[in-house]
Design a protein around this ligand. Structure first.
Ligand SMILES: [Zn+2]
Length: 230
């Protein structure tokens, strides 16, 4: 295992001091920011205007999303994009439903400054609100071209798609890009104990339920992902 080079606070989204901010608002680790700029240039040469709708997200921000999902203020969707009645779900079933699309605060890869959710501004109408649905990236979808281009070109630029397809944890997210050399180190270094400490320090909605199921959450929704293709 590599020596830790980020603190537990940085790995769990409680300290953004390792990040730089780009002109477009993206917050990334410096090396990931350089690679992202290069990828944008490559895409532009092929008529794709890459843009990030999300990069770094803090623990507090994720905790707010989490709370809104737990209380039903934000819709909780299943893989068929049907809204679930969250008030009917209890225990592990409730956590599982939310975790399909929303990471546990402290456990989001977006805390690391290595991840981006991307769209193509060249094809979206000015008033278009990206939904971040797989159908937008599939044939016939508004981001079809990007959906094909990304898996073919991300790797050469140092990125991969950890949620390229569903592997039993997080749902397929063909828009989620990860800067591999740095994110693989974060992935190795983020431990169950760090997650527990972050939660104890800043409790979240359904705290007791989450703590009771934390090892299972870590296994299925943090550790389970698509490996980079060689
Ligand atoms: Zn994402």
């Amino acid at each position: 295992m590599n020596k830790a080079w980020l603190s537990a606070q940085q790995l769990t989204g409680q300290d953004p001091s390792h990040l730089v901010q780009l002109a477009g608002g993206e917050q990334l680790q410096p090396e990931a920011a350089s690679a992202w700029k290069k990828l944008c240039q490559q895409a532009a040469a092929e008529g794709i205007k890459l843009a990030a709708v999300s990069s770094f997200r803090s623990y507090q921000r994720q905790a707010l999303i989490w709370q809104q999902k737990c209380s039903g203020i934000r819709p909780v969707l299943n893989q068929q994009q049907h809204t679930l009645d969250i008030e009917q779900l209890v225990g592990w079933n409730k956590l599982e439903a939310i975790l399909l699309y929303s990471a546990l605060p402290g456990a989001s890869r977006h805390h690391w400054g290595t991840e981006l959710d991307v769209i193509d501004l060249a094809v979206s109408p000015p008033d278009y609100q990206p939904q971040l649905l797989p159908s937008e990236y599939q044939p016939g979808g508004v981001f079809e071209q990007l959906g094909q281009w990304l898996p073919e070109h991300a790797q050469a630029a140092g990125f991969f798609l950890p949620y390229r397809e569903y592997r039993g944890g997080v749902a397929a997210e063909p828009w989620h890009l990860s800067y591999q050399s740095l994110s693989s180190r974060c992935f190795e270094q983020l431990t169950l104990d760090m997650l527990e400490q972050a939660l104890l320090r800043q409790p979240i909605a359904e705290q007791e339920l989450v703590l009771a199921h934390l090892p299972a959450i870590y296994q299925r929704f943090v550790q389970t992902l698509c490996e980079p293709t060689a």
